[in-house]
Design a protein around this ligand. Sequence first.
Ligand SMILES: *Cc1c(COP(=O)(O)O)cnc(C)c1O
Length: 333
Amino acid sequence: MSVIDLRSDTVTQPTPGMREAMLQAELGDDVYGEDPTVNRLEAYLAGRLGFAAALFVPTGTMSNLLGLLAHCERGDEYIVGQQAHTYKYEGGGAAVLGSIQPQPVEVETDGSLDLERVAAAIKPDDFHFARTRLLALENTMQGKVLPMSYLAAARDFTRRHGLALHLDGARLFNAAVRLGIDARDIAGHFDSVSVCLSKGLGAPVGSVLCGSSELIGKARRWRKMVGGGMRQAGVLAAAGLYALEHLVERLAEDHANAARLGEGLRALGFEVEPVQTNMVYLNAGEQAQAFKATAAERGIRLTAAPRLRMVTHMDVSAGDIERVIDFFASVRR
Ligand SMILES: *Cc1c(COP(=O)(O)O)cnc(C)c1O
């Protein structure tokens, strides 16, 4: 019985084509700027998203951290979603390592931050306050795609208030595929964008921060300082390049599988949040722990959160989704 792992889209194994690309990658010392494959990945993604420069880093956490450190100085502040990864799930890195104060704001049901609330959180120019410098958004946000009209409004808003605009685009390509648009149309609204290669794109390691040459220059310095300068990193960058060239369009399959899972569960009478991309949220309540344990016996790996998140990815097939629906049918009584 094959295992179906729905805990996250980070659990994927590199495909044979990806492994071959890693094996064949031309390598050099990237701290000297001499790894041709890293250079190719950075130039490729910067170009594809419409930025002047990009930086390959080990993780999305580091990519977001370097973005914040490059935009903000000690004593500055960034406004961010209360439930956003860059606030809640990155160990407080910006505060710990950058002396940058986060100002969290509650996230709206569509994944956006209400711009009136953000405006109210911006500090006046007064020495009592931290200097508000940056607004950080996330797209997709818990599987939700931010509306394009909202991105335009956020861009306009931040310009008016003299703030920079950063996107945690860990799943930027899921958003673009869902909307049927070029990822550049989303990225173009931002001063910097962080993209994860190791989520739905299926690479084993890596994220890329994109921005202006000046911003990426600062981020490169910070990357060295926090220990993220890697040597023959092209072996990893090759996987990311392969993913960007071959595995973006197939994200639509993950979205279709998630939609089918959501429908199947709803038909069984479960409470399921609307599905937009590759995440399905089921209100499992007190049954979450029991679901996890029983599912494990059937080769299905779940988390035990009451708001149970199930994530589709390239190692979950349409047939697997039917197996998962059958499992939930069996525990539904
Ligand atoms: C996974 C994730 C990150 C961080 O990526 P890591 O590589 O796990 O550090 C950042 N933001 C979002 C929205 C993520 O899902």
